[in-house]
Design a protein around this ligand. Sequence first.
Ligand code: GLU
Length: 304
Amino acid sequence: MTPSALPVVGRFAPSPSGPLHFGSMVAALGSCLSAHGRGGRWLLRIEDVDTPRTLAGAADGILRTLEGFGFEWDGPVVWQSARTAAYREAFACLQADGQVFGCACTRKEMADSALARDGTRRYPGTCRNGLPPGREARAWRLHVPPGRVVFDDGVQGPIDEDVAADVGDFVLRRADGLFAYQLAVVVDDAEAGVTEVVRGADLLDSTARQILLQRLLGYPMPAYAHLPVASNAAGEKLSKQTLARAVDGADPARVLVDALDFLGQSPPAELAQSGLAAVWGWARAHWTLAAVPRRRSVPVSAYG
Ligand code: GLU
């Protein structure tokens, strides 16, 4: 990551849509070791902004699992569901600057438009210059300015994206009134003084959108490092959709050693038998981002 004079602040930001699986454990471990390894702070944020996708009890389960695995976060847990006022304020700033427009398009009306890299529909620009007569705004979108967003990812290397061409004007406030993840994450990271975002490479394609919002809102840009995501034998990211198993709390040392191995840290074979404290001690002493495989996904058979 780019050296910085600022004290390091990292974070882990799970969505409580299911239990913690091996892939999320990898992101938790990588972000924690990166921040704590350089004397920084490591924050925990529960990303429950998307309330319809939030599963009752999942957040508590995630917190208990992290504790059981020996993670120690700094400061209180932040809950996105309690931060609507901050999102509203940022949204109002963008609106006051003329960067936001109302959009009447339904999902069905956009079904023919091209797919962006992350699988969402590229916005064809229908309402960009005003709503069609007789239609009302459902969602609110950012007027995405032309130009490329370029950044140097700490694991994946140089990334270059043309948000206007690849994604188009993306949603800031959804038709159900909720603020979009892209806005929430940028507001939360800025307010918490996050200097580095270490997370799964499934979010690499969201990063340019987030950098764009940081620029428009006058926020500093954190350093980014996108870790490979754990995938099953079919190459699908482990997730609730692929029915990824919750990590087994019965042998946390073994899971952490497997996560270290996944992240290219080459832990000694006998480390898993040495207990949780020894695993953390070894991990803190040996963590190096440079060893993380420069890949977007790596298959794991034991946790699929
Ligand atoms: N909440 C997102 C997830 O669980 C992570 C967002 C982030 O790290 O920026 O996939």
